[in-house]
Every structure is written in structure tokens, then in C-alpha cells.
Design a protein around this ligand. Sequence first.
Ligand code: CA
Length: 226
Amino acid sequence: MRILIVEDEQKMAKLLKKGLEEENHSVTLAHDGTEGFDISRTYPFDVVILDVMLPGMTGFEIARRLRQSKKHVPILMLTARDAVSDIVKGLNLGADDYLTKPFAFHELLARLQAISRRGPVERLPKLKIADLILDSVTHTVCRAGKQIHLTKTEYLLLELMMRHSGRVLPRNAIVEAIWGFDSEIENNTLDAFLRLLRKKVDSGHAVKLIHTIRGFGYVLREEQSS
Ligand code: CA
């Protein structure tokens, strides 16, 4: 595979390059965000490994700009800490997967193989689960052809859940993604928002989409009500 690594820590970058070349991959290095973005936009790669904290331009910004310019190359994000908000932010901006530093090299290889196998996936501006459609360009939501009016927070919650549909999202991941890492919102605030959102999205429909996983979090998936 042709792999681009955007990583400002020289030692880390060299180690990764060496390891990947030993696995017969062809590796290009970029040491800051601006250079990383220019190279990733200009040359074809099978995978881009993107550090988040970079001089010049963050990994988030590179991912966002690549997707904006219709570059669908698979992106593996490297986050320095296990911050759920960083992870969710990265995935929402167009990363395909992430690794938290420090990580084992075989873990990196496994993730690279997985995302490169999927290949470039176009991120459609419209998300659709069952008869629920969210248009991220016009910021409108429809269920069974009827528009649903949501507040900003409700919209963000729904978009997050639709982007990760089928996956159970832990409560703290949702809170961090919507309100930020240092937010001090009341414990029941999320539940209150979810109740309102569920009422707008699910009430009157036989198929329920928003589900509570007791003691853990929430998931958006198609389920026939019993
Ligand atoms: Ca860094």
C-alpha cells in the first residue's frame, strides 16, 4: 500500500515508517499539518495516517478539508489521549478509524488493513435509516416524508446517532461530543434531550429507532416495537 504518515514527532514518524516498510508498504512522511494536507490532496494514497495534534493544521482540519474536497482516501487518526470527544470529532469529520497513543504496532497494521480493505467510501451528505432522513447540507430531518423540527442540540444528537447507527454510544461519549469535554451538564440533561428527540422521531411510528441501553447509553437502530 501507499501510505502517507502525517506526524510531527520525528521519532514516532521514523519508527512507523521503518515498521511499515518492513511490511513492504511504500511510506511518505509529512511533519506538519500544512505539508500533510498538500501532499494528501495532491498524490494518491491508499491510506493516510493522521496525527491530531500537528503544527500548521490539526489532523481534524486536514480530514475535514480532504472530505470537503471530495477526497475519500481512508484515514486512520492517531489521538494522544483517550478523549472520547476527540474520537467522535475525528469520526464525524471524516476519519475512518482511530488509535489512541501509545499503541502496539500490530494493532496499527490490523486497523490499516481493515480500513484499506473498505477502500474510499464517499460520505454522503444525506443519512438514511429506515424512513428517517437527515440532510446535513440543508440541516433538515424527515421521517416518512414529513419534516421534523428539531432544536440545534436535538439535531446534533440525532446526526451523531445516525452516523454511528447500530453502534451503542456510551452516555459520556454522547455528552462529550455534544457539550464538550469540560462540560458540567446535569446527569439527567442528556436523558431529557433524548426523551424529547425520541418523541419527535419515534412517536406514531411502528418502527422505533432510538433505544436506551440501560445503564450504558443509547443506540439508533431499526426495531419493531413489541
Ligand atoms: Ca503530534
